[in-house]
Write a protein that binds this ligand. Structure first.
Ligand code: PBG
Length: 321
């Protein structure tokens, strides 16, 4: 035999030398759920070991993440029911929970990159990502509010906004409004190829944001489609996104690779709540080795072309690396 493939696998040393993909703390963004109150740390029922934090404990958490080497967080807020309406008015409140959360993180860890979720669903009495009229989700009036919401987050101190709504034209609307207000350094990480996925269930428990009627299939993408993901992503690049994202992760690695090959800006992947919960559940039953499967999955996401991984495993993974 002239070629023996196993020579390059013979020892730990040679495997390390020829390894193409390695994980580092630099790869991760940690999503964080924020609630009102003091001294509160509530476990999310469908996401074992994952919590919602009040602002004081959020500060303790981000300090710990920073010490572990994680350099970015993505903030989500759980909005009180009485503040919800059809137009997400509370999202624009300069004293709102998100705006205060951004300030709290910056105060605790000034160098931490703070990203915020921009979408109406946590604020919507209908649990939808846009304004509802006659059972339909309105596009253009929603993008106007999203742009104002993004501006409000940036004015509170956010480094990046992350629009997760999938309305058409929202990246352009956000970019234009930020420019008009001189916020030229604010970044946009766009959820560009976001699929209508059943893997978001635990997240909707975490924020109590499940749609009150229907589903999100008129704005989030059909999981049977790939070409559309390229089209969506290229629009976002043209409209001024700095980073594009594919979501969910593992079931969509073919899309990640295609997008990686199609754009010249960083590609992020969101390994979503359902992916987290599946592994936690299997590990709890003793059916899968939690740490080993976690690192295999995260490495696969990076191998597919993700430069940034948004993951609920960020902290667990970084502790192991
Ligand atoms: C909402 C939003 C969702 C997620 C991030 N932003 C849920 C949805 O679209 O219903 C899902 C994240 C996860 O499942 O971890 N705009």
């Amino acid at each position: 035999m002239l070629i023996r493939h196993r020579r390059l696998r013979k020892s730990h040393a040679i495997r390390s030398l020829v390894r193409e993909t390695t994980l580092s703390p630099d790869d991760f963004i940690a999503p964080l759920f924020v609630i009102e109150g003091q001294g509160k740390k509530e476990e999310i029922a469908s996401m074992p070991d994952y919590y919602r934090f009040s602002l004081d404990l959020l500060q303790a958490e981000v300090r710990q993440l920073w010490e572990l080497g994680i350099k970015g967080v993505l903030l989500f807020v759980k909005v009180e029911d009485y503040l919800k309406d059809n137009r997400g008015k509370e999202a624009l409140n300069p004293e709102g929970l998100m705006q205060r959360a951004v300030q709290a993180v910056k105060q605790a860890t000034p160098e931490m990159l703070v990203m915020t979720d921009v979408a109406l669903d946590p604020y919507s009495s209908y649990g939808h990502d846009g304004i509802v009229e006659d059972g339909k989700i309105l596009n253009d009036p929603t993008t106007e509010i999203l742009a104002q919401m993004a501006l409000s987050h940036v004015q509170a101190g956010a480094d990046f906004v992350a629009p997760s709504d999938m309305m058409d034209g929202r990246i352009r609307a956000i970019r234009n409004l930020l420019e008009e207000h001189g916020e030229v350094d604010a970044g946009i990480m766009s959820y560009s190829a976001k699929y209508a996925s059943s893997f978001y269930g635990p997240f909707r428990d975490a924020l109590d944001s499940a749609p009150g009627f229907g589903d999100k299939k008129t704005y989030q993408m059909d999981y049977a489609n790939a070409t559309e993901a390229i089209k969506e992503t290229l629009s976002d690049v043209e409209e001024g996104a700095d980073i594009v994202m594919v979501k969910p992760g593992l079931c969509y690695l073919d899309i990640v690779r295609e997008i990686k090959n199609a754009v010249d800006i960083p590609v992020a992947v969101y390994q979503v709540s359902g992916e987290y919960s599946m592994l936690k559940a299997a590990a709890e039953k003793g059916w899968l080795d939690h740490d080993a499967v976690m690192l295999e999955q995260l490495t696969a996401i990076k191998r597919a072309g993700a430069q940034i991984i948004v993951s609920y495993f960020a902290k667990d993974a970084v502790k192991l690396l």
